[in-house]
Design a protein around this ligand. Structure first.
Ligand SMILES: [N-]=[N+]=N[C@@H]1[C@H](O)[C@@H](CO)O[C@H]1n1ccc(=O)[nH]c1=O
Length: 250
């Protein structure tokens, strides 16, 4: 029988199926990306070829708006606020998410933190079952927030986040300690409190301790799996999400 949401017995059903959109918010260095990676691994998608991957992740950082010359100069001196909503091109993010929901493939630019701008590198996101979008302000813009089917907030202590952020910015983003701490105190911390933390109330699930919280991640993976695949008779379960073919049970 065809269940109320339509017949998914053919694998082509995926292309015509709206992807399950998961927003993952939280402060900088809270573990958002790692939570997304764990969810992708557990759904058995991490090592698949891009074109066949059924769970993908994009970052809100790919949607930083272009800076004018004066802003770029400030950014090089660590005097530009990348944690403020105005730093993002939310209209572009909204348009891309709507394309993803329409089952279209989209090209996403890789952000270059060293040069504070989008790099020429892009990667293609093919139609997928589950699309994760992670970023400090993914719940700030109402039209973007309203597109998510599930909203997760990664709630990690600020001191833990700072302790992670300092070495990362120095080693991976070519900054010095003084600049990192100044930027944190002048922009990152105040903007987190003013713009990011208030969006926690929109979350469906708050994940204390982020990626270390394996119980929370397992609950989220199983719930996502149930929503996405229990409806597809014959869908194969992988990576401990049930371990056997789902028969149609009417
Ligand atoms: N600076 N600062 N903070 C933002 C924010 O905390 C985080 C968002 O992922 O990336 C940081 N960020 C963003 C753009 C950039 O060019 N450099 C940078 O460090």
């Amino acid at each position: 029988m065809t269940d109320k949401t339509g017949d998914y017995s053919d694998t082509n059903g995926l292309e015509s199926k709206t992807p399950f959109l998961i927003g993952v918010a939280g402060g900088t260095a809270s573990g958002k990306s790692t939570v997304c990676q764990r969810i992708m691994e557990k759904l058995g998608q991490q090592h698949k070829d891009h074109a066949e991957r059924r769970v993908v992740c994009i970052s809100q950082d790919s949607f930083y708006r272009s800076l004018n010359p004066a802003e770029r100069l400030r950014a090089e001196r660590g005097q530009f606020n990348f944690d403020h909503p105005d730093a993002f091109d939310d209209k572009k993010l909204l348009a891309v998410l709507k394309d993803i929901l329409a089952g279209k493939k989209v090209d996403i630019q890789e952000y270059d933190y060293v040069n504070n701008s989008n790099s020429s590198l892009t990667h293609t996101i093919y139609p997928a079952d589950v699309v994760l979008i992670e970023g400090i302000l993914v719940f700030y813009f109402p039209e973007v927030r309203d597109l998510f089917h599930m909203k997760l907030f990664v709630d990690t202590d600020s001191d833990t986040r700072l302790a992670r952020r300092v070495p990362r910015d120095i080693m991976e983003r070519g900054r010095d300690l003084e600049q990192v701490l100044n930027q944190y105190m002048n922009f990152v911390k105040p903007a987190f409190e003013e713009f990011c933390l208030p969006t926690k109330k929109f979350a469906d699930v708050i994940i204390p301790r982020g990626a270390d919280n394996l119980v929370a991640i397992d609950l989220i993976v199983h719930h996502t799996w149930d929503i996405m695949y229990k409806k597809r008779p014959g869908a194969r379960l992988v990576n401990g999400c049930g371990g056997e073919d789902e028969a149609t049970n009417g």
